[in-house]
Design a protein around this ligand. Structure first.
Ligand SMILES: [Zn+2]
Ligand SMILES: [Zn+2]
Length: 286
């Protein structure tokens, strides 16, 4: 058995020798080493993490911001009768900046304390393999989606809806930047879903930043308001996507999950969505 294990490992390592080297590796490695050589762990974990979060958020949102000005993109817009307005977007940016600077910044700065307590490595040489990181990100998505389904559904309870979650539903037809448009209490409650993966699996700074990027990519995609025919995120089995979450904003009920469709399927909270999609299909045929 032990021999078989060794042979198996050798074969795997031989296999990797034939895989062509990632052309992006040398410049990324140089930039990463420059960062770890020239900045302190405190600077990287605080200023670095805030920069990664803010840059990722607005860069990922950018295509859906530009899309509103491109006539050929309008065929992919989900709620065509509700276009983005300048007032709506400005209102969104104001709350976002408040939330990102006053709520998220202190939370992200807490990353430093967390990294020190658990001695999370920052060095390039200690970075986990890309396939390990991908598996971790998938695990984090599953955990976040589960947390999000139950807590989001609870936030829709009539007794508390108007105090917290109503803010996020200000936009009946969402656009990319709406992803983090929420009451501070919601940012903390639903944000904990993103934190669970970090608390359970953090093994390197690359994982923390990578997971932050993946989560933003997913939540901005589902809020984008555009259902593109080619979207690599749909390669994830059971990925809900923009159409699935757009329906939640349009209908206020059902489709409570953030990423996958299984919890809504299990609890039947996707019933109204299925009926709506059937109707839409019927309308297209007529
Ligand atoms: Zn909701
Ligand atoms: Zn939403």
């Amino acid at each position: 058995m032990a021999e078989e294990g060794i042979i198996g490992t050798m074969r795997l390592s031989e296999f990797w020798e034939y895989v062509p080297e990632n052309p992006l590796k040398p410049p990324v490695e140089m930039a990463w080493n420059y960062m770890t050589d020239n900045y302190t762990r405190f600077q990287i974990a605080t200023v670095g993490s805030v920069m990664v979060h803010m840059l990722s958020y607005y860069l990922i949102s950018l295509p859906s911001i530009i899309a509103q000005f491109l006539p050929f993109m309008q065929r992919f817009k989900i709620q065509k009768d509700k276009p983005e307005t300048a007032e709506g977007q400005w209102k969104c940016i104001k709350l976002l900046l408040f939330s990102q600077l006053c709520i998220q910044l202190p939370l992200i700065c807490g990353t430093y304390v967390y990294c020190e307590v658990l001695s999370i490595p920052f060095e390039w040489d200690k970075m986990p393999a890309w396939y390990v990181l991908l598996a971790q990100f998938y695990g984090c998505l599953v955990i976040e989606d589960t947390w999000h389904y139950f807590l989001h559904r609870a936030l829709h309870d009539k007794r508390i809806y108007k105090y917290i979650h109503k803010v996020h539903h200000n936009f009946q037809a969402p656009f990319g930047m709406v992803a983090e448009y929420a009451h501070p209490a919601e940012t903390m409650i639903l944000g904990l879903g993103t934190m669970w993966g970090i608390l359970l699996m953090a093994n390197h700074l690359a994982f923390l930043w990578g997971w932050m990027f993946v989560r933003l990519l997913e939540t901005i995609d589902v809020h984008s308001g555009y259902d593109l025919p080619i979207n690599p995120l749909h390669l994830l089995p059971f990925y809900g996507g923009a159409r699935f979450h757009d329906f939640h904003h349009m209908n206020f009920n059902g489709n409570y999950s953030s990423t996958f469709t299984w919890w809504d399927k299990i609890f039947g909270t996707d019933r109204q969505y299925k009926e709506y999609m059937e109707k839409e299909k019927g309308n297209k045929k007529d």
